[in-house]
Write a protein that binds this ligand. Structure first.
Ligand code: HAM
Length: 427
């Protein structure tokens, strides 16, 4: 029969990789909790309309990349392509605005976009991210950026570039649309068909087009940053001032427009030279109008999301160690029928005290079992033969000291616990 394979653009995270993920996830959770962000988990699929309304019909994500399907009831459902719209949907649905004025959430989640797979770009990928909902204060923007950078710092990433821009409030954007259309109109026939389609309804999307002729034409286009009204300029200045106070270096990039339509005011991206073409490790910004777009009360908000795969790629390119597969504290080599029958009971006792314990499941010779213990980098080996069991003792081999001693069986768990320093995991 034909061997089945995984779907293009997806990845199996094998044990020799998954411990790295756990390492990054543990740092992420630790830092998120210190900044008092609490975890929100939302379903892996949602009504398609959520993303169409939230991210924007004319974005690449919604128009080309979503995994959308009809369920048996003919409802149109979509695998989440991003988290922000889902978090806002849950925030509104559970009336979380009634609990406290400001809500802070984080997530670590798989997401789905039908893009052309390449290094750092997959169809199922994973993000960690945070959303702060309920404040229009520039300090909220700065905290979100600081939080993202702090996680990268604690992972050990360096030489990241933070690019910052403002796309202004609704009024600034409305005025800018006309200015932009005036620039594009005489050149419209040189733009790609997608851009020509976007011209009337969403000309700002044109600035995010990746087609070469369009990016060339866009280079001379007026920049929104130079057309902000006073309130938008003030907000942008305050964000920059807060980042400077925090000692977070940034580069202003007036050509930075993000691939999602919900942004207002601040937008930012963090990039790494270690990543090649797909160089954004993290993106985010403010989205003050999304709550209303989704039918809720107004709720100004700001957030970021970082790619897990790309974060790990950058860490590895830097040669960082991302934890290790845990070593075995003790390998139990059971010799003889009675000992093999007792082996699981002994393992259970050892494991219950917090020790990381393993045994042989193939009834192999002492020599083969010692080889296995070595492969697992076991710190100790318990040699348990029928003879020892009768005498109520066990032989403990210290693999580092190359020494061995006989110990009363009842004292073994305490002895090993003391030697390895491994106790109750919850202590
Ligand atoms: P985004 O820029 O679409 O923003 O994605 C954020 C990050 O997710 C990217 O910088 C990248 O590291 C990673 N990423 C995106 N697509 C892929 C892919 N196909 N394969 C691998 N990694 C990928 C958002 O998703 C917004 N929701 C961010 C946000 C949160 N804005 C406000 N709050």
């Amino acid at each position: 029969m034909k061997e089945l394979q995984r779907i293009k653009g997806t990845q199996d995270i094998l044990p020799e990789e998954s411990y790295k993920w756990q390492f990054v996830e543990a740092i992420t959770r630790r830092v998120m909790h210190r900044y008092h962000y609490l975890e929100m988990r939302t379903p892996v699929f949602e009504m398609t309309e959520l993303f169409a309304r939230g991210i924007g019909q004319l974005t690449d994500i919604v128009s080309k990349e979503m995994y959308t399907f009809a369920d048996r009831g003919k409802k149109s459902l979509t695998l989440k392509p991003e988290m922000t719209a889902a978090i806002m949907r849950a925030f509104i649905e559970h009336k979380m605005y009634a609990r406290q004025p400001v809500s802070k959430f984080y997530y670590i989640a798989p997401l789905f976009r039908q893009e052309n797979p390449q290094a750092g770009r997959q169809r199922q990928f994973h993000q960690f991210g945070a959303e702060l909902i309920g404040s229009s204060d520039a300090r909220a923007d700065a905290e979100i950026i600081d939080l993202a950078m702090q996680i990268f710092t604690e992972i050990g990433l360096n030489q990241l570039q933070l690019r910052l821009n403002s796309v202004g409030d609704a009024d600034s954007r409305k005025a800018y649309r006309e200015i932009l259309k005036d620039y594009i109109r005489p050149r419209l026939d040189q733009y790609c068909p997608d851009c020509q389609r976007r011209f009337e309804d969403n000309p700002m999307r044109i600035l995010d087009c990746k087609v070469e002729t369009c990016t060339g034409l866009n280079q001379e286009a007026p920049k929104i940053t130079y057309h902000l009204n006073q309130a938008s300029q003030a907000h942008y200045s305050q964000v920059k001032d807060q980042l400077t106070r925090l000692g977070i270096p940034f580069t202003e990039d007036s050509s930075l427009v993000r691939g999602l339509d919900y942004y207002t005011h601040t937008v930012f991206e963090v990039t790494s030279g270690a990543l090649g073409a797909q160089n954004a490790i993290c993106g985010g910004g403010r989205y003050d109008l999304l709550a209303e777009e989704l039918g809720g009360q107004p709720a100004p908000a700001v957030g970021f999301a970082a790619g897990m795969e790309r974060t790990i790629m950058v860490a590895e390119a830097q040669g960082l160690s991302l934890g290790r597969i845990p070593a075995v504290d003790v390998f139990l080599a059971a010799l003889g029928e009675q000992a093999q029958n007792e082996a699981l009971i002994w393992l259970k006792k050892l494991r219950a005290t917090g020790l990381h314990a393993e045994t042989d499941f193939q009834n192999r010779s002492v020599k083969a079992q010692m080889r296995e213990a070595n492969r697992l980098e076991a710190r100790f080996v318990i040699l348990m033969g029928d003879n020892e069991l009768e005498r109520g003792v066990l032989t403990i081999k210290d693999m580092q000291q190359s020494s061995q001693e006989e110990i009363a069986a009842a004292d073994v768990p305490g002895y090993l616990q003391q030697k390895t320093g491994n106790g109750d995991d919850r202590a």
